[in-house]
Design a protein around this ligand. Structure first.
Ligand SMILES: Nc1ncnc2c1ncn2[C@@H]1O[C@H](COP(=O)(O)OP(=O)(O)OP(=O)(O)O)[C@@H](O)[C@H]1O
Ligand SMILES: [Mg+2]
Length: 332
């Protein structure tokens, strides 16, 4: 087996909607691979197909060497999944949730007991193991789910939005576990995320996915370098001027790339320090007031805007966060 995950033109249609459109990717054993994309991009649908929850409408895929349709049972034996919405039973204790999972996977009593101890310690939940899950914080529930996904020593772990709705400190904590699993236990991980920083910090390679298609795929560094040079950010006094300013820069061909978000314009140039006076002169010549200007290296945000023509909509991310991980789990 050469790849941990291999897809060929995998596709999923829901009536009129093509949620995943002919995606072909390969993930090597031991890789930490990220799917980065906005709401509705098709991330969960791709994970659901690879984890055998739903069948593709077209194309094929192999996970740990097994066909996801014809050898679904073998695939399941080799994978762990942490779904976007929690599937814990909050009336059971943490330990009981893990034990139930071990039983479903046919682990014997002694193996279950030993493995529960190991995975609880890994996610630092040993002390709260015998409390019912209803009393856990959102971050603790997420850690318990990761522990549960690891119970049967999977080769490949799918993590769908592992830190959605968690506070920044808890998010960092979860990143540490994910890195530990990947580096020390050698688990191949495919994760989805909305968070640029998460993808940047954690992943060996990232696929940017939009409208069911991969629009860019490489290491975070190569993706950022692709834009070349520096990014000048200009804040406009009047957001209504944004199109005019972008047009001015495009017409003058002064930048590799021009993009916008709310009342800011981003210009990628070879030599930022030298270009700032020229860029400001063009704005002033067009009669467009600028309130601030700054210079930085490209981020994954810029890469995302470059390939999709828009930002991952902050509004939608915060709306999802408002609903909150814990709330969603309660409803279930
Ligand atoms: N069971 C379903 N029936 C009909 N349409 C679906 C179904 N599941 C997903 N879709 C649609 O497929 C598209 C991709 O959805 P998916 O959940 O895969 O996106 P996502 O990238 O995971 O989004 P999010 O970031 O919001 O989790 C969306 O347009 C969604 O409405
Ligand atoms: Mg999703």
């Amino acid at each position: 087996m050469q790849y941990a995950i291999e897809t060929s033109a995998i596709t999923k249609n829901f009536d009129e909607i093509t949620a995943v459109n002919k995606i072909s990717i390969t993930v090597k054993p031991g890789e930490l691979f990220g799917l980065l994309g906005p709401n509705g991009a098709g991330k969960t649908t791709l994970i659901n197909m690879l984890s055998t929850m739903i069948e593709p409408s077209g194309g094929s895929a192999f996970v740990w060497g097994h066909n996801i349709v014809k050898e679904a049972d073998y695939v399941r034996q080799n994978i762990g999944v942490v779904f976007q919405d929690t599937t814990l039973d909050d009336r059971l204790t943490g330990r009981e949730n893990l034990d139930l999972h071990g039983r479903l996977y046919g682990l014997d009593g002694k193996t279950r007991k030993d493995r529960i101890k190991e995975v609880l310690s890994l996610v630092e939940l040993t002390e709260r193991a015998d409390a019912i899950v209803k009393t856990y914080s959102g971050g603790m529930m997420r850690r318990l789910e990761i522990a549960r996904g690891l119970m049967h020593h999977p080769h490949v772990l799918f993590l769908d939005e592992p830190t959605l709705g968690l506070d920044p400190q808890t998010r960092l904590h979860i990143w540490d576990y994910i890195k530990l699993l990947n580096k020390e236990e050698g688990v191949t991980i495919m994760l989805t995320t909305h968070y640029m920083e998460e993808a940047d910090k954690l992943c060996d390679r990232i696929a940017i996915i939009d409208h069911g298609e991969i629009v860019a795929l490489d290491t975070p560094q190569v993706l950022k370098n692709m834009l070349g040079g520096d990014v000048i950010t200009l804040e406009l006094e009047k957001p209504g001027d944004i199109e005019k300013l972008c047009g001015t820069y495009q017409k003058n061909g002064c930048a590799n790339f021009v993009s916008k978000k709310e009342n800011e314009v981003f210009i990628t140039v070879k030599n930022g320090e030298r270009e700032i006076p020229h860029v400001l002169a063009l704005a002033s010549g067009a009669g467009i007031p600028i309130t601030s200007v700054s210079l930085r290296k490209p981020t994954l945000d810029d890469v995302f805007i470059h390939y999709t023509g828009r930002a991952i909509r902050d509004k939608e991310v915060s709306e999802m966060e408002e609903v909150g991980y814990k709330m969603r789990s309660r409803r279930k």
